[in-house]
Write a protein that binds this ligand. Structure first.
Ligand SMILES: *[C@@H]1O[C@H](CO)[C@@H](O)[C@H](O)[C@H]1NC(C)=O
Ligand SMILES: *[C@@H]1O[C@H](CO)[C@@H](O)[C@H](O)[C@H]1NC(C)=O
Ligand SMILES: *[C@@H]1O[C@H](CO)[C@@H](O)[C@H](O)[C@H]1NC(C)=O
Ligand SMILES: *[C@@H]1O[C@H](CO)[C@@H](O)[C@H](O)[C@H]1NC(C)=O
Ligand SMILES: *[C@@H]1O[C@H](CO)[C@@H](O)[C@H](O)[C@H]1NC(C)=O
Ligand SMILES: *[C@@H]1O[C@H](CO)[C@@H](O)[C@H](O)[C@H]1NC(C)=O
Ligand SMILES: [Ca+2]
Length: 567
């Protein structure tokens, strides 16, 4: 491994005058890239022998929820560096053609236990942003965190845990910013810096805002898997309800309950379009026991009438996890969301529907909490109660505090001028929508104590905004509420906000499917809620106290959590 004397390479870089007519091919060579590697980053030693470069022309991205269809050229740059933990980390940077580069850098987050999603590179590149990803130091881009989280002796690999929780993303940005500036010979020109992710990527986006706020101009956060200790275990809740009540619903039965909820709550938002834009009004006005006795008929072993047991299971799931003393351990999904976690399997021996343990929760509990190397699920739910769930949530919260990612003190980000855009599907069946609302309210009450709701929201809106997306599922539209819009142009909105000072008042969204495919739709900024007037013609954004209060929770099953005044 060689390190390069800065002065020599600065000279080379500036000698190459880069402008919009410089070809991608002329920059996309290992020699040129080696000459532009940053050599003075604290704690980072880049291995210049590891550089690879590959020019790609007319790359096509289609069907992505987080950015519009696009065609673009880029240079894919790969190299490795060693960090202060002595980890060798592989990074990838997708560099737009010089004529399309717009002085922007973006780190693109991963999802699940992966730190990078290569097929979302266009989310940055199509907006003229050099876009980066990292392997987290896990050994390769195809190695996920869960595969390396435990040491051979069953203890947690603390270095890799910290890399996953927040550090690898920030290093990717640190290296990416410096490299981008050199690659395009930007000199002192401002490089706008962004981070974007959904789900685990949304959690990591929050980790960047909380720990490295001053590093970013804009962070786009979708359906974040924050409060990881609770979030991973909530996936097991539906199964524990089924097991406890000893009733495993027919898939068709639970689907009828959802469909009935959608059709009965559709109009509460003022527009009959198959979209429940107001799950809060649904919660206040609709009782799912109304579907008792409704016939269902999907296929031969999946037909009958909705039972009281099926309704009891669905209602208990919607109620959230309560301990035996009545305290609330965590919330659930909104009414009219799909019951993905409640999926049952058919047993051909007994001809009955039975337990199918959520793999997301089972792996987390078996591998991360119980430290079973290689475990991918729990074998059964013997003796698992709601109190056991709360204990698992507590254990995760205290053992992996960096993954909670719910530190509401964002002063560093705010004070350096950074902007944060949060969006969350109103019928997310994977990360409860209310978890993003609860965190928004934590930030508001910590950072603006003593101000009224209106006053504190007015203080926050210039730098932090939350939008719930009507009818949207987890990081994507929902097939069951296909007429809902989705905010596909968040990067465009963020660029306008950061670079042009255009503060959003509503969020730009598009119908990606359904009857009005292609049409534009604005979303209401929290705490305002959508309400259609003129028979569904006109969108108004309204506040009503009773609806608001359905979103406010007290997680009183826990001792006060150090970082979160609302726990
Ligand atoms: C590294 O060098 C560049 C000039 O090439 C300078 O702008 C930057 O501030 C330096 N970074 C550090 C961390 O010293
Ligand atoms: C829903 O209706 C059932 C049956 O009438 C009733 O027992 C239950 O308390 C109601 N639930 C709520 C939340 O009002
Ligand atoms: C469902 O209810 C109807 C009456 O509404 C009844 O005729 C039918 O037998 C029931 N089906 C099953 C599978 O119980
Ligand atoms: C469940 O609890 C019973 C009684 O405490 C105990 O005998 C049994 O071993 C437990 N089963 C498991 C799988 O832990
Ligand atoms: C639920 O509604 C969807 C349309 O969104 C339909 O395709 C499906 O067949 C319905 N399921 C049941 C069980 O009624
Ligand atoms: C808003 O969305 C529409 C499509 O619905 C799109 O044409 C427009 O460019 C978007 N605005 C921004 C700022 O990205
Ligand atoms: Ca509606």
């Amino acid at each position: 491994m060689r390190s390069y004397a800065l002065t020599a390479w600065v000279a080379t870089t500036t000698a190459l005058a880069i402008n919009s007519s410089t070809t991608l091919a002329s920059l996309c060579t290992t020699d040129y890239i080696v000459s532009t590697l940053p050599s003075n980053l604290t704690g980072i030693t880049i291995d210049s022998t590891s550089v690879t470069a590959n020019a790609v022309y007319d790359a096509v991205s289609t069907g992505q929820a987080s950015f519009p269809d696009s065609v673009y050229d880029y240079c894919e740059v790969n190299f490795a560096y060693t960090n202060t933990k002595s980890l060798r980390v592989q990074v990838v940077y997708w560099m737009p053609a010089p004529g399309s580069f717009k002085n922007r850098y973006q780190t693109q987050a991963g999802a699940g236990y992966a730190t990078t999603l290569p097929n979302t590179r266009g989310a940055g590149v199509s907006y003229g942003a050099a876009t980066g990803g990292t392997d987290g130091g896990f050994g390769s881009f195809s190695t996920n965190f869960d595969a390396v989280a435990l040491n051979a002796d069953g203890t947690i690999n603390n270095d890799l845990y910290e890399m996953f929780a927040y550090q690898s993303a920030s290093e990717c940005t640190l290296v990416g910013k410096a490299f981008t500036s050199n690659f395009y010979a930007m000199g002192s020109t401002k490089l706008y810096t962004y981070y974007q992710g959904c789900s685990e990527g949304g959690r990591n986006a929050w980790s960047q805002a909380q720990n490295y706020g001053a590093m970013y101009d804009g962070i786009i956060i979708g359906a974040p898997a924050l409060r990881y200790g609770q979030q991973q275990v909530i996936h097991l809740y539906s199964n524990v309800v089924e097991h406890t009540l000893n009733y495993y619903p027919y898939p068709c039965e639970i689907q009828v309950i959802v469909n009935e909820t959608i059709s009965n709550c559709d109009a509460l938002d003022g527009k009959i379009d198959g979209v429940v834009s107001r799950t809060d009004l649904c919660l206040l006005n609709y009782n799912i026991s109304a579907s008792l006795g409704k016939p269902f008929d999907c296929y031969f072993n999946n037909q009958g009438n909705v039972s009281a047991e099926g309704i009891a299971v669905a209602q208990k799931i919607l109620d959230g996890v309560h301990k035996s003393d009545g305290t609330l351990a965590y919330i659930s999904y909104q009414p009219s969301a799909q019951f993905d976690d409640a999926t049952t399997v058919y047993d051909w021996d007994t001809n009955t529907w039975g337990l199918s343990i959520s793999q997301k929760a089972g792996e987390w509990i078996a591998r991360f909490l119980e430290k079973q190397i290689g475990a991918t699920n729990l074998p059964n739910l013997d003796n698992v109660t709601y109190d056991t769930m709360a204990d698992w949530m507590s254990q995760g919260m205290w053992e992996f505090p960096a993954l909670q990612t719910n530190n509401p003190n964002l002063a560093a980000m705010r004070d350096s001028g950074g902007k944060i855009l949060v969006y969350h599907g109103e019928v997310d069946p994977s990360v409860p929508t209310g978890s993003s609302v609860h965190f928004h309210e934590s930030i508001r009450s910590l950072m603006y104590p003593g101000l009224s709701l209106d006053e504190s929201n007015a203080e926050m809106a210039p730098w932090l905004q939350l939008y719930l997306v009507p009818g949207a599922a987890h990081c994507a539209p929902s097939g069951a509420q296909a007429n809902g819009p989705y905010p596909q142009t968040n990067m465009g909105v963020m660029i306008d906000w950061v670079e042009n000072g255009k503060v959003p008042t509503t969020l730009n969204a598009t119908h990606l499917g359904g009857d009005n495919k292609g049409a534009n739709q604005q979303l209401c900024q929290w705490p305002k809620r959508p309400l259609w007037t003129d028979g569904g013609e006109t969108l108004t954004c309204v506040f009503d106290q009773e609806s608001y209060e359905t979103w406010v929770y007290d997680f009183n099953a826990y001792l006060p959590y150090l970082e979160d005044p609302l726990y």
